[in-house]
Design a protein around this ligand. Structure first.
Ligand SMILES: *Cc1c(COP(=O)(O)O)cnc(C)c1O
Length: 430
């Protein structure tokens, strides 16, 4: 199997960022997430320069929901990244990580009054998802005596080739304002005293392995930009969202590079803004592409069972990586301490959760795993730990960072005290 450059095999052991995963599992215990921060920084630089090669005014916003660890967000903040945040919690994290408020976009289709108040207070830009929300935000801004820059989230009504649960720009999706209502929305926003409709936003979906849908979305966006410019709006940022996929099947997925993505999107964007006579900043919101390949989830084999299939029962399941159960996602797996041995059979990696669907990887050709061996699940950096749970009263595992050849905890493992921490004896009220 092809490995990206930060993953290597030395002395039969899988390494990440030059560190032996077998040693890290010994030091920190399992299950364990290991994240190569240098890889994330490298991904960020590559993604950014692919776009700035076409147009200088580009701001990359990391989609914080993909990986909310502060060490990850700090590493990105140091490089100048902003963030697409989808909750008050993500907004606070981004600020804690040192991201500048003017590089944040507060997104969300169901913001509470407290979310809107926090957006106004922190001075971030807001992606507004409905007219109802616009009116509430105007009221919140008026009360604070402030003005808020907004974008509307446009629903571009596009079919995209990805799993239906992560296609977000379909006509039927809950996200965004229908394209035919968008001009009316800007007209209303222009009439609001405390709202500055300075941007346009869309996001068509995730894990998209073709560039053509992004070009189509960009075409819709510049068309909207033209119409609302004619209306009198001063469009200063155009946010085309995230969604570029990564090759989870290392040997067979043909994933577009950021350069190919830029080559498809940028001509549409540049021609469109020229036609509209505007020069907005281009904002992009990659999540998965920046962090997906940076992490492995390391699990130890508890037992092997020959049944209808041969099950390799490990100590991590969908409590720590839900993507296979939730989206039927594929992740490559490597027996980390037998990484140079040939496959000798077909194995299914099963987690410890009391659910039939708790399978991390099915029918894989591997060198015979035995109790005590380590299974590394690759490309677990996006929507991995971020979607973890304590289901089955399992404390979440630790996260270790590797950087410049060194390693360190970036999140300690939870224990049962963390599972019960917020529980209390009911203090009954009449
Ligand atoms: C999830 C999300 C992203 C990131 O998507 P990826 O597929 O991880 O790149 C970007 N923008 C918005 C609004 C999102 O909801």
């Amino acid at each position: 199997m092809k490995l990206p450059s930060h993953l290597t095999v030395e002395g039969g052991h899988l390494h990440i960022g030059g560190r032996d995963i077998v040693d890290l599992a010994e030091t920190y215990g399992t299950p364990l997430y290991v994240t190569d921060l240098d890889r994330i920084v490298g991904n960020f630089k590559r993604f950014t320069s692919a776009l700035t090669a076409h147009y200088p005014a580009v701001q990359v916003l990391f989609a914080a929901k993909a990986n909310g660890n502060l060490a990850v967000m700090r590493a990105l903040a140091e490089q100048g990244a902003g963030a697409d945040v989808f909750s008050s919690g993500e907004l606070e994290l981004a600020l804690q990580a040192g991201m500048q408020p003017d590089r944040l976009l507060f997104n969300g289709s169901s913001k509470s009054p407290a979310d809107l108040a926090l957006a106004v207070e922190t001075g971030v830009r807001v992606s507004v998802d409905s007219i109802d929300e616009l009116r509430q935000l105007e009221a919140a801004a008026a009360e604070a005596g402030k003005s808020v820059e907004i974008a509307f989230r446009v629903n571009p009504a596009l079919e995209v080739p990805t799993h239906p649960k992560i296609a977000t720009g379909l006509k039927t999706s809950k996200f965004g304002i229908p394209a035919e209502e968008i001009v009316g929305a800007y007209a209303e926003a222009l009439a609001c005293e405390h709202i500055d409709p300075a941007g346009i936003h869309c996001h068509i979906g995730s894990q998209i392995l073709e560039v053509e849908p992004f070009a189509r979305a960009a075409a819709v966006m510049v068309e909207v930009a033209k119409e609302v410019t004619n209306l009198g709006a001063e469009i200063r940022f155009l946010d085309v969202g995230g969604g570029l996929g990564i090759p989870y099947h290392h040997d067979t997925d043909a994933a577009p590079t950021p350069e190919e993505y830029a080559a498809a999107v940028m001509p549409v964007f540049l021609q469109g803004i020229r036609d509209a006579g505007i020069d907005p900043a281009l904002w992009v919101e990659p999540g998965r592409w920046l962090v997906g390949d940076s992490s492995v989830l390391v699990a130890r084999v508890n037992s092997v069972k020959r049944a209808h299939r041969t099950f390799v029962n490990v100590d991590a399941g969908f409590n720590l990586l839900v993507r296979p159960a939730m989206y039927d996602s594929y992740h490559e797996v490597v027996v980390a301490n037998k990484a140079d041995r040939p496959a000798d059979g077909t194995y299914t990696i099963a987690g410890p959760i009391c659910e039939t669907g708790d399978l991390l990887a099915q029918d894989r050709d591997l060198p015979a795993p035995e109790a005590g061996d380590l299974v590394a699940v690759l490309d677990a950096g996006a929507y991995g730990f971020a979607m973890s749970s304590q289901y089955n009263s399992r404390p979440r595992c630790a996260e270790v960072a590797v950087r410049g050849g060194k390693h360190a905890l970036m999140r300690r493992a939870e224990d049962l005290g963390d599972v019960t921490a917020a529980m209390q004896e009911p203090a009954w009220q009449d």
